[in-house]
Design a protein around this ligand. Structure first.
Ligand code: TYD
Ligand code: MG
Length: 270
């Protein structure tokens, strides 16, 4: 059984998906399986993916989603990840997307961290996101540090910058009936919604190094949030839930838990 299961979701990113896959195959840590979940991408994207499927570490699944109305019903990457999670064999789980490139030592460093600290369930790294326009020109670069033990991860940590133990999954499933939330109201922040679930039980522990390069391109959902491009797909989505909602809920939860602990400790003082 592989030590790490990586779940890569892919949809219509012919220019980047090959680099994303290659970045994973180039890892210095080799004991992994890659579940390549493609959401029935166009032929251009499929042509890029096909040659990689010779590698025995890649398990490839292509959905049969056809039209936009089906894509709007669920958060598609959450649905693909949930499908993949049931197939994973690794002790550690890591996520990737088709516009993110892992640095060669990403797995090695995160695996070493989790091996070293058995009490840690989730590790996260610093990240860098580059925004590109239609011509590939860099518009801005944003970095997120990984300095603290994070009990409020939504929208402060990236989808592709974490690794967690596989043994935490049944706890999430028991509470919510799924791993990732497939509600399309979280299409923009599906990762934040998953991190919100995780933070009910565990903090994210920092490994303060940038271990992947993240890109927002003209083909990304988020592109239309900061450009003039009005995407027909995005405009049909239901109203989107917000980072603020998730973060303020966790803040309250944490306060009440600390309050409870404080009361308990007071009671135990003779
Ligand atoms: P992406 O467009 O990269 O959005 P963001 O701006 O949030 O990065 O999409 C995120 C992931 O979702 C990516 O891995 C592709 C996947 N996806 C699907 O699998 N199916 C779909 O129909 C869509 C729109 C996205
Ligand atoms: Mg993306």
């Amino acid at each position: 059984m592989p030590k790490v299961s990586i779940i890569l979701t892919s949809y219509n990113k012919p220019v980047f998906v090959g680099k994303a896959i290659q970045g994973i195959l180039n890892q210095t840590f080799k004991d992994f399986e890659l579940l390549l979940m493609d959401d029935n991408s166009n032929e251009e994207t499929h042509t890029v993916i096909k040659p990689f499927l010779q590698d025995s570490r890649i398990k490839y699944y292509r959905s049969n989603i056809k039209d936009i109305s089906e894509r709007l019903k669920k958060n598609r990457y959450a649905a693909l990840i949930n499908e993949a999670l049931d197939k994973t064999e690794g002790a550690y789980i890591s996520y990737a997307t088709d516009d993110n490139i892992y640095h060669p030592q990403r797995l090695e460093k995160m695996v070493t961290f989790l091996d070293l600290y058995p009490e840690v369930s989730i590790v996260y790294s610093a990240s860098q996101t580059t925004y590109l326009n239609e011509n590939g020109t860099v518009l801005k670069v944003i970095t997120r540090p990984a300095k603290k033990v994070n009990w409020n991860a939504p929208c402060t940590i990236d989808h592709c910058s974490i690794m967690h133990r596989g043994n935490i999954l049944p706890i999430i499933f028991q509470k919510w009936g799924s791993y990732w939330d497939e509600n399309p109201e979280f299409y923009y922040i599906g990762d934040a919604r998953f991190f919100w679930r995780l933070n009910h039980f565990w903090p994210f522990c920092p490994l303060n190094e940038i271990l992947d390069d993240n890109y927002i391109t003209s083909l990304s959902l988020h592109y239309e949030l900061f450009s003039d491009k009005k995407d027909t797909f995005a405009s049909q989505l239901p109203p989107q839930r917000t980072c603020a909602e998730l973060r303020s809920h966790l803040k309250k939860l944490r306060k009440s838990e600390i309050h409870k602990l404080f009361e308990e400790s007071e009671r135990s003082v003779p």
